[in-house]
Design a protein around this ligand. Structure first.
Ligand SMILES: [Zn+2]
Length: 372
């Protein structure tokens, strides 16, 4: 069996949210989670910061607008059926009692992930519409345009693959981790890295129902040495200034990254794909704003599978409360979606028609890279 919590000196289970979702009354669960989130925020802000935090753009992927803003477009026409989301890698370093540790959050293996059924179907339809110069690689055929790979980004930053201690994903949709960790007889790209994942997500990926398996890369976790996987049963602090907190709903094993930076607490997951999901009532997208106001919604889900939409709603409020207001735009929360709605030149005409995110986060970097 893979390791559980606490067998690694850098990982400490926390009880900030334990039992917060026990009530069968949704409003009680929501308010309890909100209260605990505010307290947790204060605790984290009183602690130390992560040593290094950098986002790196990997690839832009076409994504249905109806998923990006769940239910908004079920009763009205959508001006753009597809948006682009930018998938990001997060390179994070933190101090632990066992030394300085390096975490890669959301390191998508873009080429390998292209095997995901959803991408395959999408690729077949979109391929013909792309300019020939863009069809350089299999991945680009599906999702163009593609930026540097995870390994190329690390080389740019100045990190060697063997310096990576941990990999983590908010959930495993589209992810193939076999090249990274060495599954199915492959040599691992990251020879010392362990995967940090909630037990619920890991176990769920071993027996998916059809609505789920459209989004999970087939065999993406096959043959991984259990010693390379740390199954988490709790919310955890990673050394100082970094936490992984359970945010079920989008998938039931979903978790979010919380990082203490010079910009405050930055919270990351794919529960929403833009700040418009988290602050829909001040969104510049008219349909999103009016739908949120009509229904008095605090958040709008990114809903491609919605394993539990009520829990996802609560989880997004939780993320928003932990993050607090953005320093630069206080009307928006300090959220950094791992896949973010980004205008793209191909959709310039649509961008000009008000279907554009209220604010794009773009690239972020805080602290300084620590070398061993
Ligand atoms: Zn997902």
């Amino acid at each position: 069996m893979p390791d559980g919590n606490g067998k690694d000196g850098a990982i400490r289970a926390i009880d900030a949210f334990r039992g917060a979702r026990e009530s069968s009354v949704p409003t009680t669960r929501l308010e309890e989670v909100r209260k605990r989130s505010r307290k947790f925020r204060e605790q984290m802000l009183s602690g130390k910061k992560a040593l290094f935090y950098k986002t790196c753009e990997l690839v832009r992927v076409p994504y249905p607008t109806r998923y990006a803003f769940a239910n908004v477009y079920t009763q009205r026409p959508v001006s753009s059926p597809v948006i682009h989301i930018t998938n990001r890698l997060f390179v994070i370093q933190f101090q632990a009692i066992t030394g300085i540790k390096t975490l890669l959050f959301s390191p998508s293996d873009v080429l390998a992930n292209a095997d995901t059924r959803y991408f395959k179907r999408l690729g077949a339809q979109k391929l013909a519409k792309l300019p020939p110069g863009m069809l350089k690689t299999a991945a680009q055929k599906l999702v163009a345009p593609q930026g540097p790979t995870v390994v190329e980004w690390l080389a740019k930053i100045g990190l060697r693959p063997e310096e990576v201690d941990y990999l983590s994903y908010d959930h495993l949709h589209t992810q193939d981790v076999r090249n990274w960790l060495g599954g199915d007889g492959r040599a691992p790209v990251f020879p010392n890295a362990k995967l940090l994942i909630m037990r619920a997500e890991w176990e769920s990926a071993q027996g998916l129902l059809p609505p789920q398996s459209d989004w999970y890369c087939p065999n993406g976790t096959r043959g991984i040495d259990p010693k390379r996987v740390i199954l988490l049963d709790d919310d955890v602090m990673l050394g100082e200034g970094v936490a992984l907190v359970r945010t079920p709903g989008h998938t039931m094993g979903n978790h979010s990254l919380v990082a203490h930076t010079d910009d405050g607490l930055l919270v990351t997951s794919e529960n929403g794909v833009s700040l418009d999901n988290y602050a829909p009532q001040v969104s510049r997208i008219h349909a999103v704003r009016s739908y949120a106001k009509k229904l008095a919604l605090e958040v709008i889900l990114n809903g491609n599978t919605q394993e539990s939409s009520v829990e996802q709603y609560i989880s997004m409020v939780m993320e928003k409360e932990i993050a607090g207001p953005s320093i630069r735009s206080p009307e928006l929360p300090n959220i950094v979606p791992s896949s973010e709605f980004t205008p793209w030149w191909l959709f310039r005409g649509i961008s000009a028609s008000a279907f554009t995110p209220t604010r794009v986060i773009g690239d972020l970097e805080f602290g300084s890279l620590q070398r061993r």
